[in-house]
Design a protein around this ligand. Structure first.
Ligand SMILES: Cc1cc2nc3c(=O)[nH]c(=O)nc-3n(C[C@H](O)[C@H](O)[C@H](O)COP(=O)(O)OP(=O)(O)OC[C@H]3O[C@@H](n4cnc5c(N)ncnc54)[C@H](O)[C@@H]3O)c2cc1C
Length: 451
């Protein structure tokens, strides 16, 4: 193990808001029978061990039970059974983001996304599920702080996904941002957003439904285009006099362009209006207008996708690369450890790589990171290999028709840059085999994460 260096502050707590801090202080007071010197602003969870059995081997703590964390918890234990693996996840119920677009066209129901138990995943794969929120980290003491107490670790993986960045669509005040999050949710993180959007679509009577594609390396490149197809498919089937207006920040569809253009033109000519190179500079909520430097676009309802950044947790734990536009983690891009600290790793959609931010990428990357952890726990190392992005998109709900891409990545050691490898293949002629393949791909991934 290399000597650790102090490049990043080693003790980072999430700053508590005044209200939460006084709540924490209040609960301390009652627990300590009004000790005269009861601490103010006591950090929840610090100084109290989490209620977990004693570690029976090197303890690997994984924060985040998404595609990345679930894969690493399972496969690290398989690779190195001596690991005592604990997953820290703040949600008490799982629901997939991937395939959530299919809710809007009634191809799937919520059960398809949510009928998977964190407890079963832990039981089947011999690790511990710990339902808690990570709130701080002390890398010198190797302690993770959660709202349910602190956990000592030998190795730590942080896989918390993404946060939205509304400043990327010109929204800089908290009032407008909160109104947008509530009234026009993006639908790229929480299941509660997916449910709101499904209601909007199913209750839409007529007019313009706006969707947008942000700039940067946003979560799941094809998803906004697939969403346009699924909503248009619902409008078409139910003969609703409505149009999906898709405003794309980019000059062209970012992936599987031929397949999506064909679907827009051949299946949804009267339902989808596609406008490239539209850089959103603000939203007028009162007038329901999307503003750019040159135009404004009216809407009757919308699901507005701001840009994204790595999960705020990465910044709060002091792991962010100060040069990263999307506030991603400063890690060794081949081994995933925080620079100078081979005990702490950042994976999944908070990674800095230009990979597609997708579940399949997180899953295949997770299997590689599990091998890195197992090797390092035994004083060894392994060579880098690329994750794989197999991504199906449904373009027609009736009959089910899909398109897909199978990508891997190449690494240039001289420039330290990643790009799509020569083996990357697009399958852009829509058909029913890929339509059914979309569902069976997701079923297989769910099995891999939970069984
Ligand atoms: C509409 C849509 C369509 C998509 N389509 C596809 C697709 O077709 N194919 C595909 O491969 N991918 C698709 N994706 C992308 C895929 O869902 C994500 O890329 C993938 O989920 C990323 O995995 P992750 O583990 O990095 O993050 P997540 O799955 O977001 O998991 C992060 C986890 O960390 C937890 N967490 C966060 N902070 C804390 C904390 N402080 N303490 C404890 N836990 C915490 C969260 O609760 C969450 O469970 C789609 C996404 C969307 C939204």
């Amino acid at each position: 193990m290399k000597k650790e260096v102090n490049e990043i502050p080693r003790r980072s707590f999430i700053k508590l808001s005044g209200a939460v801090a006084s709540l924490a202080a209040g609960s301390m007071v009652s627990q300590t029978a009004q000790a005269a010197d009861a601490p103010k602003n006591h950090m929840i969870g610090a100084g109290v061990a989490a209620d977990l059995p004693k570690a029976k081997g090197p303890r690997l703590v994984v924060v985040g039970g998404g595609a990345s964390g679930l894969t690493i918890a399972k496969y690290a234990k398989k690779e190195y059974p001596k690991f005592d693996v604990v997953m820290v996840e703040k949600r008490d119920m799982y629901s997939s983001c991937f395939l959530s677009n299919l809710l809007y066209s009634n191809v799937i129901n919520l059960e398809f996304l949510a009928d998977h138990s964190f407890l079963d995943a832990a039981k089947n794969n011999k690790y511990t599920f710990f339902n808690a929120t990570c709130i701080g980290l002390d890398r010198s003491a190797r302690k993770l702080y959660t709202d349910q107490g602190e956990i000592a670790y030998d190795f730590l993986v942080i896989a918390p996904g993404i946060s939205y960045d509304y400043s990327r669509i010109g929204v800089k005040d908290a009032e407008t941002e909160t109104a947008l999050r509530t009234q026009y949710p993006a639908g790229f993180t929480m299941p509660t957003e997916h449910i709101s959007i499904r209601k909007k679509v199913h209750e839409f009577e007529s007019g313009t439904f706006v969707l947008n594609v942000p700039g940067g390396n946003y979560r799941c490149l094809p998803a906004p285009y697939e969403r346009a197809c699924m909503i248009a498919s619902y409008f078409k089937k139910n003969k609703i006099k409505a149009k999906v207006l898709l405003l794309d920040h980019n000059p062209e569809i970012t992936i599987k362009a031929k397949g999506f253009h064909a679907a827009f033109n051949e299946l949804y000519k009267d339902y989808i209006i596609y406008k490239p190179s539209i850089e959103i500079k603000g939203v007028d909520l009162e007038k329901r207008l999307i503003k750019t430097d040159f135009d404004s676009f009216g809407f009757d309802d919308a699901a507005i996708y701001p840009g994204i950044r790595a999960s705020r947790l990465i910044e709060q734990l002091g792991l962010v690369d100060p040069k990263s536009l999307q506030k991603e983690a400063l890690i060794d891009t081949l081994k995933y450890n925080v620079i100078g600290d081979e005990r702490v790793y950042v994976t999944g959609d908070s990674r800095p790589h230009p990979y597609s931010k997708s579940a399949n990428t997180s899953n295949t990357e997770g299997k590689y990171v599990a091998k890195v952890l197992a090797a390092r726990a035994q004083g060894k190392d392994i060579d880098w290999y690329s994750p794989e992005t197999i991504c199906f998109s449904l373009v027609n709900a009736d009959p089910l028709e899909g398109i897909s891409v199978d990508a891997t990545y190449a690494y240039d050691a001289k420039t330290k840059a990643f790009s799509f490898s020569k083996d990357t293949k697009m399958f852009e002629d829509r058909d029913q085999v890929k339509g059914r393949g979309t569902l069976s791909w997701a079923e297989a991934l769910h099995r891999d994460l939970f069984a």
